[in-house]
Write a protein that binds this ligand. Structure first.
Ligand code: OAD
Ligand code: ZN
Length: 247
């Protein structure tokens, strides 16, 4: 068995409170492309042009047509993979308490985790920019773009665009979860976007072990994380759970 898999299994086994920070990489095996790197969305389109709130306000049709419509189709089809399901199992084992996710795909909740902080919001709901009415994305009429509320206002997805603040209560709850945990799993994030990438630093400063799961190194590797278990999230999480069960 991989030494680091065993080490992660032991660290999680000994912990009373595990938290996880997840990013696009955990959903890659569910068929959702990441933002950066090979096959990433930002390789094809410029995030500052298509994922900035100013662009959305100026030209919502363009942002819906180029980014949001495709995202909706891909997310609609996606199902939790072994990594999401493994984290749900860790919650049932009473180890994992909170997931902080940068993803807007809702797959952690679908897998069964109950305390999920959607740091960058979610794509499951739309909010009217005029009256504040919320509507499930699946029930919004997308045959006309941008989708409109009964009041005539424009709907926007409940996700955080570049140039927008993280909802303050999400930020506060994430900081608390990071400060409280004894182990933080950092799975499938390039750790390049602030303030999410600061969450593991808070965990570390408060004495937690930080374990990264990623096929690649990130700016956290060696500086913040105690170690990196290299590999795909689904494989590594499955191996760690198997090691926990066999020990
Ligand atoms: P990125 O696309 O920046 O990074 C994806 C990470 O996942 C990389 O470190 C990859 O090495 C890793 N990865 C790829 N395949 C993997 C697999 N099968 N298993 C595990 N890891 C894998 O995604 P995020 O870090 O989530 O923000 O990006 C952060 C934010 O930037 C997003 O929330 C989004 C984006 O712009 C907003 O939209 C506000
Ligand atoms: Zn409205």
């Amino acid at each position: 068995m991989d030494k680091l898999v065993k080490r992660a299994a032991d660290d999680i086994g000994n912990a009373g409170n595990v938290a996880a920070l997840t990013g696009a990489g955990i959903s890659v095996e569910s068929g959702i492309p990441p933002f950066r790197g090979k096959g990433g969305i930002w390789e094809k389109i410029d995030p500052m042009e298509f994922a900035h709130i100013d662009t959305f306000m100026r030209d919502p049709v363009k942002v819906w047509d180029v980014l949001l419509k495709d995202m909706k189709e891909i997310i609609d089809k996606a199902k939790p993979n072994a990594a999401h399901l493994g984290l749900a199992k860790l919650e049932k084992m009473n180890k994992l308490k909170t997931i902080i996710t940068q993803n807007v795909d809702g797959l952690h909740q679908m897998a069964g985790n109950t305390d999920v902080i959607e740091f960058h919001g979610n794509f499951a709901w739309q909010k009217c920019m005029k009256c504040g009415n919320r509507c499930e994305t699946g029930k919004v009429d997308l045959s006309r773009i941008p989708p409109k509320c009964k009041c005539g206002g424009m709907f926007r997805p409940e996700c955080v665009f570049f140039g927008e603040m993280i909802p303050p209560d999400y930020l506060a709850r994430s900081q608390q979860a990071a400060a409280r945990c004894d182990v933080m799993l950092v799975i499938g994030t390039s750790a390049l976007v602030q303030p999410a990438s600061y969450i593991p630093v808070i965990a570390k400063e408060n004495g937690a072990k930080v374990i990264e799961i990623n096929p690649e190194r990130t700016p956290l590797t060696s500086r913040v994380s105690d170690y990196l278990v290299k590999g795909k999230a689904g494989d590594v999480v499955t191996d760690i759970l198997a090691a926990m069960e066999s020990s």
